[in-house]
Design a protein around this ligand. Sequence first.
Ligand code: ADP
Ligand code: MG
Length: 402
Amino acid sequence: MAAFKTLDDLGDVTGMVALVRVDLNLPMNGGSATDVTRVEAVKPTILELSERGAKVLLLAHFGRPGGKRSSMLSTSMVVGDVEEVLGKELMFIPEIAGPVVEQSIGILADGDIGLLDNTRFWPGEDTNDSSLAQAIAAHGDFFVNDAFSAAHRAHASTEGITHFLPSYAGRAMEAELKALDAALGNPEAPVAAVVGGAKVSSKLGVLENLVGRVQHLIIGGGMANTFLAARGVNVGKSLCEHDLTDTASRILDAADHAGCTVHLPYDVVVSKEFTANPPSLRTCNVHEVAEDEMILDIGASAVEALADVLKTCRTLVWNGPLGAFETEPFDAATVALARTAAALTSEGSLISVAGGGDTVAALAQAGVTNDVTYISTAGGAFLEWMEGKELPGVAALVASNV
Ligand code: ADP
Ligand code: MG
């Protein structure tokens, strides 16, 4: 992994102004957050800098205000939730640069924390305007990026600012980059990837990147149906992108050339109707799906075979559930394989990294959230990383030599 600086590379920061990019884009209901995971994630970085005597100025976006001020999308909306998680008071500063910020810094004592307003109120944020980045940077002595989830976008507060200040990865960013590097950057082989979810079309880039990087590609979920169809299997009325069967064949060929074994299910759980515990529920061989049935999960024999594959692997990267896990019993394969992965991880034989909105929910449903090596909640940035793309916010930290 290319080198980036961390908080360990900072000397005495007493009295210095730290500009810290965090993700406080919390899901809200009424006036308060329904989930503060993102605040928990950045808490160690904020408290460490505060305890080391820096004046900590938080930079964050909130929703999509489209370059205009909007009272409902002010970061002041999350002040209470953030204060509660940090156990400290915040000074809310309704600007991101200029005299109001300067005056506020004058009022802050060493160790105090300020929260700037929504970076996206300024049109130059999304366009990575360098004069905006410079104006923000002018208030700080150094920059810390602790928002991996925003690192796939080259914005003024994630990328532009690194051209004007010495830049460091925060603790959450550091942990995320280390975990991702251990999973795909520089992993211990053999590596298995599980790719599931609804559609091939949403994960084409992921599949194309993975065939050249992993020894075992396990395909489940709705997208497995498209691959089965490409192999001539009749998938009935399953979710299937028939127009992408050629693409699926091309990916299977690429895997073949790269020496990557692709695992498709050979038994599946099917039903005529998509409801919980439907009367027509049955498990069958993939070649026995009837015209009026749909595949909603992979079968128990397939899961057993996949568990045997994981037992031979050192590293696992997982995105996408194996079935329609929100509806019983179509969560069975995902839950069973997640528990196998968790057990192998606990035994120390597997490094397991997972990410994706529904994947995180499915692993929580399996009760293994704390038993896998790392769970990324980064969404878009995690998927772009799985596609092998360079993330501008991360690249900027590596390149920063101000
Ligand atoms: P993630 O958010 O983890 O990246 P996706 O959004 O790609 O995952 O996919 C999750 C969705 O895929 C879930 O809503 C799940 O119900 C659906 N899904 C998985 N398997 C099937 C299937 N066989 N048929 C229909 N939907 C499926
Ligand atoms: Mg999803």
